[in-house]
Design a protein around this ligand. Structure first.
Ligand SMILES: [Zn+2]
Length: 362
């Protein structure tokens, strides 16, 4: 039995679900391992098994402190189950210094400990870690398979399911959100509209501002609620009354929470923007496939008209340029470049004649 595993696969391939299912099989108390029925299986899948811990960061990175405390727990014998299992859902969000802390623990784990790391690709972890893990590579399911699941499990109509599965590029969670949550579907439509309606530099700059404002608003909506509750909870546990001054002794803890919340909100905003860029990228990929006569199914079937119009009015080289601009913007955002500047540069390249003399910016 390997005690360190690395699950890799693109977003939506189910890395962390696979890790969890594997953990359930290891902790299974039923007649056949991974029965899915017993107390062991069910508590692992619901996240309440005392010996199985999943670390998923909501911050931009996994901190050294988080890793140290996790490593500490990896030396504690399991209480009720067969194994002590630690699942790191975003192992790619570990800084190198953090990884070194983990490396030691993975090298010589106690006999009862199993580590499961999840990353998009094997290159996302340092070679030293990778070489000590047993690798499991996952692939994304076909759009048809995802659509079938949405029909069967979520009661979505077959047409809507296929449309959503394609638009989400087989990301199951995203496909379900598109098919069942009008707000998510609406957001995608809005993003794609921005990409097809840029005419001049003025449009581009305004579109960039709208994209950023929309992402900020949604990220805030996601986190404001939990932020307030967390702060109230921490204050309660520290015995600080809401209307009283915060005693100096506990200020550091409150500050730490606030910093974590800030990191989480940055990450949420970045994720929302990245999603928008992935959607735009898929649109120009569609344009390019039409231009090249590839004859393959469109990702954005609901934008077929716009895709064909753009295919006619531009060249394959132009489509590649636009895709490059989006890819570059994604890299810049991941590298902490100012989001507004990045989005502006990207939207400017969406113009029908990027770089040409432009009179609309008056
Ligand atoms: Zn079981």
């Amino acid at each position: 039995m390997s005690q360190a595993w690395l699950f890799t696969g693109p977003p939506g391939s189910g890395r962390s679900v696979t890790a969890r299912a594997f953990a359930a099989a290891l902790e299974c108390t039923g007649p056949t391992p991974g029965c899915g029925q017993c107390q062991g299986c069910q508590s692992v899948m619901s996240g309440s098994h005392p010996d199985v811990e999943a670390i998923s960061t909501q911050g931009v990175t996994i901190t050294v402190d988080q890793t140290r405390s996790m490593v500490g727990r990896s030396y504690v014998a399991p209480g009720v189950g067969n194994w002590r299992i630690l699942i790191v859902e975003d192992a790619d969000r570990m800084a190198e210094r953090t990884t070194n802390v983990l490396l030691k623990a993975i090298e010589e784990p106690p006999v009862f400990t199993v580590w499961m790391l999840c990353t998009p690709s094997p290159d996302d972890v340092m070679t030293t870690i990778r070489s000590r893990c047993r690798s499991v590579a996952l692939t994304i399911p076909s759009a048809r398979d995802v659509a079938e699941l949405l029909v069967r499990r979520d009661g979505v109509s077959p047409e809507a399911a296929l449309l959503a599965a394609r638009a989400a590029q087989s990301h199951i969670g995203m496909a379900r959100a598109l098919a069942t949550n009008p707000e998510v579907a609406n957001q995608r439509t809005k993003t794609l509209r921005e990409a097809v309606s840029v005419r001049g530099a003025g449009d581009a700059v305004l579109a960039a501002q709208r994209l950023l404002a929309g992402a900020t608003e949604r990220a805030e909506k996601q986190s404001t609620h939990s932020d307030g509750a967390e702060l109230a909870e921490l204050k309660r546990s520290l015995g600080v009354e809401d209307d009283k001054r915060i005693p100096p002794a506990v200020r550091a803890q409150i500050r730490e929470l606030e910093e974590n919340q800030k990191r989480r909100s940055t990450r949420a905003k970045r994720d929302v923007l990245d999603r928008a860029m992935v959607d735009m990228l898929s649109l120009f990929r569609d344009v390019l496939t039409v231009q090249l006569g590839a004859g393959i199914e469109l990702i954005n079937e609901d934008f077929a008209q716009e895709v064909h119009d753009m295919a006619r009015s531009s060249t394959p080289a132009r489509s590649v340029q636009r895709m490059d601009a989006i890819t570059q913007a994604r890299q810049r955002l991941a590298g902490n470049v100012d989001p507004l500047l990045t989005l502006e540069a990207m939207m400017l390249s969406m113009r029908p004649q990027a770089g040409a003399a432009d009179t609309s910016f008056s």
